[in-house]
Write a protein that binds this ligand. Sequence first.
Ligand code: MOS
Length: 740
Amino acid sequence: MNVPLKAIGQPVSRVDGPDKVQGHARYAAEFDQPDLMHAAMVLSTIPSGTITAIETKAARSAPGVHAVITHENAPRLPYAPMAKRPQVDAQGGDQLKVFQDPTIRFNGQPVAVVVAETLEQAVHAADLVRVSYEHADGHTTFDRARGRAPSRGNEKAGRPADTEIGDADAALKSAAVSIDANYVQAREHHNAIEPHATIAAWDGDHLTLHDKTQWPDNDRDEIAHVFGIKKENIHVVSPFVGGAFGSALRTWPHVTVAALAARVVQRPVRLELTRRQCYTSIGFRPHTEQRVALGAAADGTLTAIVQEAFGQTATYEEYAETTLDPARNTYACPNVRTRYRLIEMNTNSPCPMRSPGVATGMLALETAMDELAVALRMDPLELRLKNYADRDQHKNLPWSSKELRACYRVAAERFGWSERTPEPRSMRRNGHLIGYGMATAVYPSHRAKASAAATLLRDGTALIRTAGSDMGPGTYTSMTQVAAETLGLPVERVRIELGDTDMPYAPVHGGSITMASVGTAVQAACQALLDDLAGVVKASPDPRLAAFKAGTPEWRDGGLAGPGGVISFAELMEGLGFDRITAEGQSAPGNESKTHSSAAFGAVFAEVEVDPDFGTVRVPRIVGAYDIGRVVNPKTARSQCVGGMVQGVGMALLEQAEWDERFGRPMNGNLAEYVVPVCADIRSLDVTFVPGEDTIFNPLGVKGVAELGLSGVSAAIGNAVYHATGRRVREFPILPERLL
Ligand code: MOS
């Protein structure tokens, strides 16, 4: 019975699952406060100009209304400058300052907020506010000619706009085989099921925010700067987040609106965005157009990669994506040139959306690789293997681990890639054209500083606390597993609390960094707890503990092992006379990113079924094999990959903002007309993890999974559509009319 408890690697069901399905898990808008009031925002209806008049009299005298706040009467807010956080903020420009001036920067900008006793009263009164504008010329079209380089910030983030190794243009000209094409990726919106919401409550100069956020500590920092108060005076609570996909990484203007409204009416205020407001009051994945040119020798060896991206940004902030990262290091190639250009538009600011930049860059790069394979008359998988990158050539570093070859092999076998006949339109079933396509998946792995507290309670159970969020990937569960394994406890005896700035600092819950960052902090906290406990045992005069004092303490089977057996944590706490013992643990990146490049990898294969008369595309199968380092929980990790595949079907075939150039806003700001995949669109999704532990990257050996899940999927589907139909659609999503 001396088998150590193994919690890591087990398909543990979500520890928060029962609370979620029974409605006990509370989301931001659900924290009732005494005397709660409701806010409704009024948004601008023009993309560019100035407010000349704002008529609020009718709204102010409407039933239940306590305040109508506009730029004319809003308190001036300090908006103290703060350092940009490259993980979440736009890299340049200035954030939108709510109700501080009459300038309109985009259609959908908050211009007033009404606060009333009930939500209905607030919404009604908001309808009564009349705004007059002087229109100004702006930009509501995506015009490549206006492309400009990002002005600042990117170099510091290790993301230069322009890079070149070798001479890619010359190599392209002299290449035996080459392709050169343009790809369009539509503007996409996160559409998490939980709308963004904030409840703000002041108590003197102390502010409590129940907010939807992927980074409670940053929410606190940001609002402290906006209001010019100490961050210690702000308490952010966000235990559950109903999906976010990047939309809750940064603190958007409506959080300030809620806090401002609560301050004006001196009562707690709830502000929940409507679905339509979620299209302009938070960010989105920017519309991006890319040129990819590839050159190769006759045997398929890449000799040139040129990738140029034009990405949409706002006029007041500049947000540039990591779109070109994959071009720089996914394949071995001596000549690589990349260039990122921004197209300023009168729009709200874009922001990261799952696999930010990389999903967009991979869509173009992996489609181009397929086009090159066709031009070479070479198998697309063979072309990838031929140009396998054994090092990160952009950073000139070895990978800390890379099992991509295994991913290609495993996924190809499970998919049955060898049954593919290369000629387009050569595979048919039941009157449909069948296509097989594949793509590489990659997402860089990062770590950030994190901390956690581990407490052993008198009953021998453990409590873990850290301020990090769980937006849905299963962080509650995976952190429980890390703690259980480190402490030698069954998972049922570990409880975890998340999402509260009163808890130890945690970094942004995004970029797939949580397990490598917060996970290693939880591991460190649990180890520190055991070390503290060992020290106390050694010093204890209790004769019952004498047998456990010699040598290195061995923790297993829910307690301390000694010559006479195991003394349980509960007995130990009893013997020591403790009610609880707490230790904190920190983890931080070391030197690993200077000596190695880290990334998670995968191979994605898709089958499509195209109706030759209607151009409708179905996706009967997607098969992916992934190298994510150590897999903490194969069940929740699989869910991440499956979710990415579903989102990839959306990106490839369905999702896009229908942008109205006259008004500068998406017309389809609702879930009826912004089309996402539903169950009927999805059939078999097959996920395998190849073995691999990356202990160079961090002591847990994990690399991160969530962002990776979307990478490459849409290109694999698009490549399958080409194989099925012989039509290369370079504008995504591949709508039926684009195939006719
Ligand atoms: Mo992810 S786009 O960092 O939530």
